[in-house]
Design a protein around this ligand. Structure first.
Ligand code: ZN
Length: 313
């Protein structure tokens, strides 16, 4: 079954590991070889800038990752850069779609031109923060009561004009609720249900329902501490519990996957890299029908971005 995965941090690894190669580097969890083995048809590649870098080096770090996207990912003949959503339906056998996202606006400071520069590289999803405060918002690890900063309005307006999806994963609670009426297209690219695992990176039932009410979607993440309370290792079965819970709140058609491969220090048993995606699909098929699982795996997202009305199906 074809998979659309909304989050991985392979670009970060490609810029930091010595002599890293995207095709078959054993140190990568989302190498091209593993994406092929796991039937990943479309992968989102996040530009992730480490919070501890000096402020004046962050933009350059983002540019370096965009460079790695071109020189190490897109140079592989199988990879196709998705810059228009209709391209999702034009991928041929053996081709894999590659989408750029920006995980947090730390690297732009309060400079909209820097954001424009990054968007011009073909970025399709943007998260306002990673876990910490920046010029736009506060992260999930901070005071949940602090809302978006004034600069956020300009940022979201630009994202709306460019038809960019605004990613709510990593945003703190008040920032999330401030964003709902502002953003045209919303998604949680890699977050789970707080009702199942009480972590500030996960969304409450109210948040999940509001997200979907505002036209958004929820993509589950494979990071054990966001799946089972306090655990560094967990099972696929526990991740399925999140899917079942979210499905009971907002329906299968609004759920997808955002693994976070290459951005995690721990992994799920039998789902440690993109090549093991089939194990997750098999587990989902014990609870859901083939149609339902394929809706989560790729059809739901495709319809979301190509503006098809899910409610009528
Ligand atoms: Zn993340």
């Amino acid at each position: 079954m074809n998979i659309i995965d909304l989050h991985c941090d392979v670009l970060d690894k490609l810029t930091r590991l010595e002599n890293a190669n995207f095709r078959n580097d054993a140190r990568l969890s989302a190498s091209l070889e593993k994406l092929i083995a796991g039937n990943v048809k479309v992968q989102v590649f996040a530009i992730f800038v480490h919070a501890d870098l000096p402020e004046n080096e962050k933009f350059l770090a983002a540019v370096r990752q965009i460079e790695a996207f071109h020189t190490k990912v897109l140079c592989e003949p199988e990879m196709v850069h998705i810059t228009e959503w209709t391209q999702l339906n034009e991928l041929e056998e053996g081709q894999i779609g590659a989408i750029l996202s920006l995980e947090g606006c730390d690297c732009i400071g309060e400079d909209l031109q820097k954001l424009e520069h990054i968007l011009n590289a073909g970025v399709k999803l943007v998260g306002l923060t990673w876990n910490h405060e920046n010029g736009v918002a506060f992260g999930a690890s901070e005071d949940p009561l602090k809302g978006l900063k004034p600069f956020a309005k300009e940022v979201v307006q630009l994202l709306n004009e460019r038809d960019i999806i605004v990613d709510v994963s990593h945003l703190n609670e008040q920032g999330f609720f401030d964003l709902l009426p502002l953003a045209k297209k919303l998604i949680a690219s890699h977050s789970n249900a707080r009702a199942i695992c009480d972590h500030s990176r996960n969304l409450t039932d109210t948040q999940i329902k509001e997200l979907v009410k505002h036209g958004g979607r929820m993509h589950v993440v494979f990071y054990p501490p966001f799946i089972e309370n306090g655990k560094e290792h967990t099972s696929i079965g526990y991740l399925v519990k999140h899917v079942e819970h979210i499905a009971s709140l907002v329906g299968i058609q609004n759920i997808g996957f955002g693994s976070d491969f290459d951005g995690m220090d721990y992994s799920i048993e039998k789902l440690a890299n993109a090549g093991e995606y089939e194990n997750f699909i098999r587990a989902l098929l014990k609870t859901f029908t083939y149609e339902e699982v394929s809706m989560m795996a790729h059809r739901g997202f495709n319809r979301f971005v190509n503006n098809k009305n899910l409610a009528r199906e």
